[in-house]
Design a protein around this ligand. Structure first.
Ligand code: PLP
Length: 381
């Protein structure tokens, strides 16, 4: 899809892009200033492998202030983006013969992180009507002694769904009983709209469950810092140490200028986060309303992130331009070719019948884009 879209743009076509996985805002000014200052002051060298102590302390302060979690800097590993945190956690925890639970729909990288550690992802269903929370009856049928871990991502990419505390507690208890490690990807933690975010580890501690949780977080989405590449993990010292050893060989440390900027982001005024969130909330409500107005499309209101995940099941096996639309790859491709709108087919996330729309784009673009989608859908018979 991205390749076709790029070709269309180079041909001068007016393409509307709903596939973006990053905020459309620039990094807030005070964070950019901190990056510039870091360069001027010579913070252009390797840092401690686990991250500058000052940054790891700022992360601990943030985890205590926002998530109610007490950690010390030695429990923290700063990485080149949370993607590296997640990859490294899988490398440290899993190996050949192991299996790891991944919930479907999944962010495309999760099964690959597991496979890159020589383990096998085990896909477990979720319930679309319940914010894509785990289908525990499916989970039960898949439990074996080979399973060594589970990946949680709430708020979720691609669904935007936020799991209830009850579901997370239930999963934490199973993980404790089965001795699984939990990797909790919380990169969209600051983007929840209708309920307060609660960290998986917070529930683990509050309910004295004692499961093994590695929390991975990112500055990318919260502070519109995707290109600065700063993410981090917090977890049991032994696991963090193992992850630091792997990361040290792979990349030495995270980018020093980004680390300095991250200190400014985490310790500075958080008004910028609230402002971005408010804009996302307005756009979410707009895109959900417009999508639900389309005949044949149903879209629930996701509680978090900046994605909606409407169902296009009504268009499967329908015909347009003499061609049968057999899956969402076909539907997305048709929409792109017919009206130059880029969307992401749910089949790629293990969710046939659904299409992901990112609303990290202006309200005007959302209105125009959905209007175009309507024109395309009206031609399907
Ligand atoms: N986890 C999820 C679910 C994501 O959607 C992304 C980025 O799109 C990441 C992790 C990675 O974020 P980072 O930019 O910190 O590597």
């Amino acid at each position: 899809m991205a390749t076709i879209a790029a070709d269309m743009i180079s041909e001068g076509k007016d393409v509307i892009n709903f596939s973006v996985g990053e905020p459309d805002f620039n990094t807030p000014e005070h964070i950019i200033k901190a990056g510039k200052k870091a360069m001027d002051e010579g913070y252009t060298k390797y840092t401690s492998g686990a991250g500058m102590v000052e940054l790891r302390q700022a992360i601990c302060d943030k985890l205590e202030r926002e998530n109610g979690l007490i950690y010390s800097p030695s429990d923290i590993l700063v990485s080149n983006g949370e993607k590296q945190s997640l990859y490294t956690a899988c490398q440290a925890l899993f190996g050949k013969g192991d299996e790891v639970i991944v919930f479907r729909p999944y962010w495309v990288s999760f099964p690959e992180f597991v496979r890159l550690s020589d383990a096998e992802p085990i896909l477990v269903e979720t319930i679309s009507k319940k914010n894509f929370e785990p289908d525990f009856s499916d989970l039960k049928t898949k439990i074996t002694t080979n399973i060594k871990g589970v990946i949680i991502n709430s708020p979720s990419n691609p669904t935007g769904g936020v799991w209830t505390s009850e579901s997370i507690i239930k999963l934490l208890k199973i993980a404790k009983e089965e001795n699984w490690s939990i990797i909790s990807d919380e990169c969209y933690e600051r983007l929840t709209y209708d309920r307060n975010f609660i960290s998986v580890e917070k529930l683990n501690r509050e309910h004295k469950i004692g499961a093994r949780v590695i929390t991975c977080m990112s500055l990318s989405k919260t502070y519109a810092m995707t290109g600065w590449r700063i993410g981090y993990s917090a977890g049991p010292l032994k696991i963090i140490k193992a992850m630091a050893k792997i990361q040290g060989q792979a990349t030495s440390c995270a980018n020093s200028i980004g680390q300095k900027a991250a200190i400014a982001a985490l310790s500075g005024n958080q008004k910028c986060v609230e402002e971005m969130k408010l804009k996302f909330l307005r756009r979410r409500d707009l895109i959900v309303e417009l999508l639900n107005d389309l005949s044949g499309v149903t879209c629930s209101i996701p509680d978090g992130a900046f994605y909606v995940f409407p169902s296009f099941q009504a268009f499967l096996n329908k015909k347009v331009n003499g061609k049968i639309l057999k899956d969402t790859f076909d539907i997305s491709q048709y929409i792109l070719e017919a009206v130059s709108v880029v969307t992401v087919p749910g089949d790629g996330f293990g969710a046939p019948g659904y299409i992901r729309f990112s609303y990290a784009t202006s309200s005007e673009t959302i209105i125009n884009g959905i209007k175009r989608v309507k024109t395309a859908l009206d031609k399907i018979t």
